[in-house]
Design a protein around this ligand. Structure first.
Ligand SMILES: Nc1nc2c(c(=O)[nH]1)N=C([C@H](O)[C@H](O)COP(=O)(O)OP(=O)(O)OP(=O)(O)O)CN2
Length: 136
């Protein structure tokens, strides 16, 4: 089995704020991330698929096709958007990096062609913060 990764990038704004909590609790848990003014991140998204390389192409999957699929179904929906307000699949969810990675998996998985399997969504929120989700 070989694991193939495509890196993509998007910029988005968000706020970490639980509407069921009061201001004091939101500030205590989320600190500056609960600030009423949105703040933005330059997200780096790594999508890993796995398969045995095809005997005739040597490819696990055409990585240019993988890029097109990610851009069409994920980047178009997230880039330069407000995650709390503009993105259908984040509605009603806390816009943490963890939840965003899970939702990206759910959006992408149905579009991964037969013969390859989605293995991991790795999402960097900042150069120092990232999550990995394996669909479990
Ligand atoms: N478990 C999580 N914790 C935090 C998340 C998250 O998604 N999951 N997100 C945040 C905030 O979005 C916050 O804006 C992170 O940015 P920042 O504080 O700038 O992050 P850095 O640690 O990379 O920056 P430093 O300058 O090194 O502090 C918070 N927690």
């Amino acid at each position: 089995m070989v694991y193939l990764t495509r890196k993509e990038h998007f910029n988005a704004a968000h706020r970490l704020y639980n509407p069921n909590w009061d201001e004091e609790r939101n500030q205590a848990v989320f600190g500056k991330c609960a600030n009423p003014n949105w703040h933005g991140h330059n997200y780096d998204l790594y999508v890993t698929v796995k398969a045995r390389p095809h005997t005739e192409t040597g490819f696990v999957f055409d990585v240019k096709r993988l890029s097109t699929i990610i851009r069409e179904h994920i980047i178009e929906k997230l880039d330069h958007k407000n995650l709390n307000e503009d993105v259908d699949f984040m509605k009603g969810k806390m816009c943490s990096t963890e939840n965003l990675a899970i939702e990206i998996w759910k959006q992408l998985e149905p579009h991964i062609p037969a013969g390859v399997q989605l293995h991991c969504i790795k999402l960097y929120e900042t150069p120092r913060i990232y999550v990995e989700y394996f669909g479990e």
